[in-house]
Write a protein that binds this ligand. Sequence first.
Ligand code: ZN
Length: 338
Amino acid sequence: MRGTVLHAPFDIRFEERPDPRIEQATDAVIRTVATCVCGSDLWNYRGINPVTEPRPIGHEYVGIVEEVGAEVASLRAGQFVVGGFAYSDNTCANCRYGVQSACMHGGFMGTCQAELIRIPLADGTLVALPEQPDAGLVPSLLTLSDVMGTGWYAAVAAEVRAGSTVAVVGDGAVGLCGVLAAKELGAERIIAMSRHDARQKLALDFGATDIVTERGDEGVARIKELTDGVGADSVLECVGTAESMTQARQSTRVGGTVGFVGVPHGIQIGGDELFRTHVGLRGGPAPVRRFLPDLIGRVLDGHIEPGKVFDLTLPLDRVAEGYAAMDERRAIKALLLP
Ligand SMILES: [Zn+2]
């Protein structure tokens, strides 16, 4: 089969790779129906996370089960499946507590921009759809593998509830999905921070009520102004830089909560500030497996269409163009079809 390999910063290639096979009795192998490039892949692509040797890449996928190991009980060949970017048994203490992305026996996917994917702990990781979905639903189902599940977790972690005032820091696919999640969870006011025209439009389409284009101190001041000087009840931090986390914390009202899902790079938080502001922080790699059944239902019945975050569709063998477009912010998110 062919798969994507990152050779060095900015050197991404689609090339011949060994076919994945069943290695453990709990594995499945799926044939990829769709995959995509994630904002977090760019940390590797840009060499911010050092690339010391060629390595496969990609962690978002939907596919058709090709083969299952002897101990896989809930899946059979031919089923359409969705799974998260983390694999998990869905039975250990952490999984049962709803943190499948910290499964005691799990780990993270990393070979998914390929024609075939080996899925460890397939029974716990994958959710099979009752029937083959319409092709038009595939992009939205694919977002559940990461960005929509992660945006959802940001909103849940930030304690968004009916009537909440929410601010979303970050206008990438996760931030936009965070807007959609906040809307679904009943937020009354959703302030999206973006200075990019197409992203602002999509944020409004997903339920944002206000757009703030300012950043830094001016951005904080603008959010305070929109909230009678108080700040937002819930802030979704969807970037992961020191600047975006500062923006998020300072935009949160006293006693409010930040949900942070951007992979942290260089973030330091002072105990004194946390003590003084009563701001709650919860974040981490999203346990998207926890939300899959609910979110699959919302996509299948047409209630949400998070697949709108894809504004570039490419055949998988042109994956390098997808990386370049996202790196240069010409695309929000690139959909890749084998
Ligand atoms: Zn587990």
